[in-house]
Design a protein around this ligand. Sequence first.
Ligand SMILES: Cc1cc2nc3c(=O)[nH]c(=O)nc-3n(C[C@H](O)[C@H](O)[C@H](O)COP(=O)(O)O)c2cc1C
Ligand code: SF4
Ligand code: SF4
Length: 317
Amino acid sequence: METRRSFIKKSAIAGAALCLPVSLAGKGFADYPELKTRNPKKVLVLWYSQTGQTRRYARLIGCIFKEKGLTVDAFDMSKFDKKLLVNYDLIIVGTPVFYYDIPSNLIGWLEAIPSINGTPVAAFVSFGGPEGNQHNASSHILKLLADNGGVPVGRDAFRNIASYPTPKWDSANQNAGKHLPDAATFDQVRRFTADVLERIRQGRTIPVVYEFALREILSLLPLIWLNKKAVSRHTVDAAKCIGCQTCVEKCPVNAIDPAKQTVDQVKCLACFGCLNNCPADAVVMEYRGERLYGFPEYLKRNKIKIMEPVELKTCDL
Ligand SMILES: Cc1cc2nc3c(=O)[nH]c(=O)nc-3n(C[C@H](O)[C@H](O)[C@H](O)COP(=O)(O)O)c2cc1C
Ligand code: SF4
Ligand code: SF4
């Protein structure tokens, strides 16, 4: 199967040959199978989320579909049985942008899905900064779904607080996104959801297009490896650890062992899921010698309460 890198390389060569400076052509309408339905009844919303922001959008999307009378399932994709994908009339996948792409642990998951021939699919990403390569990250999701027969009908990117820990949580992105999501972000999610449904009903698809962005080139660097070099003392503080196992559940590669206070540095993806979810500030990580602290502690220190969309008050997804 063609990888994203080889796809981008080929597209870049083709783009250069055709003098396309802005966007890299990807899979187009002509390559898609027929839409399996124009009247979807059963929707699946899959999400991957480390600090809850992608999950919030996924739940909102699912709740809007429910309000419209559709049957909706919403799951953390890492806990969902891929074989069941064939049972749905519409599949929406949402992930955060990590290192200018989708989280690396999800690529293999999406590559291994069964054929969903003709099923309408849509993708969204949540992201922390305007330079975050979000367009290409959502293209990556769509491409992987389309490779297995999915028919793209929508994509979007929703901004919120950057969950990337820095010693003082004071990067430009964190400061500028502190108040997000806001009412406008949730309206954007509502529009995305309505547009997806409208496109399916009209039989309109969208192409998978990669933008030729500097961030795309950065995403091809070994960023995780470079970051792991900058992070030191990645262990667990036995005196603070309450043994709740949250870090174990959140680690996508089973790299952390709080009982032994160890982290397998070969397996670790530098996703900060352990640090960002530990309720006891017991995960130790230093960035260039400065101690990092996680997302719950950042919210607490800054008295930030993340806004919730009104739909989630009554919807049980
Ligand atoms: C390891 C890591 C890498 C990140 N890389 C990017 C990035 O390249 N671009 C971006 O816009 N945001 C980046 N972010 C911010 C997240 O995409 C953003 O906060 C996202 O909404 C988190 O979603 P979640 O709460 O569902 O986990 C990164 C966050 C982490 C933890
Ligand atoms: S040990 Fe922590 S940072 Fe490393 S992959 Fe697991 S959750 Fe992510
Ligand atoms: S999440 Fe924190 S407190 Fe819970 S087991 Fe892991 S290190 Fe210990």
